[in-house]
Ligand binder design. Structure first.
Ligand code: PMP
Length: 364
């Protein structure tokens, strides 16, 4: 393997959730570590998946035509602008494999989503982390797009920006993105990862989708794992210039997206009402959980996602272990260079109440 791969470590889920579920009993474990959607997918998904079960001996549609057309209609773009992936994670990795190489570099923010550095290293490219905003900024540890622009050079093939970002929950608007897009060379691709976009409702948040028409080097990625609650079926997609999508279509695995996932995603996309009510419930619970943590003296970064980055201070590593021992799973942030913080997925009202109870017991 090349040096980039030799330096990599395999994905560490932190905890063996299967073992923990067995130990605490089904439904007893408070699972708030992976930014999953507690409300589940639209009821239409179940019907669509059951219907698709009749054809499990067939390969899935390698073109994903029905889902691409449905997505094209939803976003008001041509189907030739859409690429489907086995989760958006697959696509984020593949962009680096195709467009970056040894000698090239990949730029992202210091506290950007972990997959970006991984994608760069796996492709043998150099990873450049641009400094993030400080803790006192209105978007603590969020993307500083000026610093990102300054880190881009002629050897930069790819820039990854998550908006809103995981693990910080922070976001930016079009006023921040437009000058960056104006500055980057045409040979640099800008990937805006909008995994949590459907959950964002702040007036100063803006999707990059309307900018695609003017910027052939812009790629927007989305997923069915978060707002659509289909993490288990692994469907993500990218929207970009048709020429760029055509290049990606050459290298992707022919059947990268599974049949149940295709059927489920199309059904989920059609249930706009379910999407709306679950995103509203998430926003409500997010505010309530942030307020409850604030009452306990725990500071959270502002979030437009389904998780909160919470500062627990120097005790956070020991605290996390105690929480797991009592059946509450959060995500430690030491791997992100944020050892004082834990990332808390916003659960439903009952899960959040149980988490707070366990937290109070541990901190008493
Ligand atoms: N981007 C961001 C910012 C994420 O948080 C995640 C999931 N944690 C992903 C992409 C990947 O999601 P998926 O592969 O399930 O689409």
């Amino acid at each position: 393997a090349h040096a980039g791969v030799r330096r990599l470590r395999a994905y560490d889920p932190g905890h063996d959730l299967v073992a923990l579920r067995r130990r605490f009993g089904a439904g007893e474990l408070v699972e708030l570590g992976s930014n999953e959607n507690p409300y589940g997918p639209s009821p239409r998904v179940r019907e669509a998946v059951l219907a698709a079960m009749g054809d499990l001996h067939r390969y899935p549609d390698p073109l994903g035509g029905d889902l691409k057309r449905a997505l094209a209609a939803t976003h008001g773009v041509e189907a030739a602008r859409i690429l489907l992936g086995n989760g958006s994670h697959e696509l984020l990795m593949q962009f680096a494999q195709v467009f970056a190489a040894p000698g090239a570099d990949v730029v992202a923010s210091q506290y950007g989503f972990a997959v970006y550095a991984l994608a760069a290293q796996a492709a043998g490219a150099d990873f450049v982390a641009a400094p993030a905003y400080g803790r006192e900024h209105a978007m603590p540890r969020g993307h500083d797009l000026d610093a990102i622009a300054a880190a881009i050079s002629l050897t930069t093939r790819l820039v990854y920006l998550a908006n809103p970002n995981n693990p910080t929950g922070t976001w930016f608007g079009a006023d921040a993105l437009k000058p960056l897009l104006a500055r980057v060379p045409d040979t640099t691709l800008v990937v805006v990862d909008e995994a949590y976009a459907e959950m964002a409702d702040a007036p100063d948040y803006a999707s990059a989708l309307p900018l695609l028409a003017e910027h052939p080097n812009l790629i927007v990625t989305r997923t069915f794992s978060k707002a659509y609650a289909l993490a288990g079926l692994r469907i993500g997609y990218a929207i970009a210039h048709p020429d760029l999508i055509a290049v990606m279509e050459r290298v992707r695995e022919s059947f990268n997206v599974n049949a149940l996932g295709l059927a489920a995603a199309e059904a989920a996309l059609g249930d706009v009402e379910h999407l709306r009510t679950t995103c509203e419930a998430n926003a409500r619970e997010r505010a309530a959980l942030a307020a409850a943590l604030h009452e306990r003296g725990i500071v959270c970064a502002p979030s437009q996602t389904n998780f909160l980055l919470a500062e627990f201070g120097a005790d956070s590593i020991a605290l996390e272990r105690e929480l797991v021992a009592r059946g509450a799973v959060l995500r430690p942030m030491a791997g992100y260079g944020l050892p004082d913080s834990l990332r808390i997925t916003v659960g439903d009202a009952a899960e959040n109440a149980r988490l707070l109870r366990i937290l109070d017991e541990v901190r008493a």
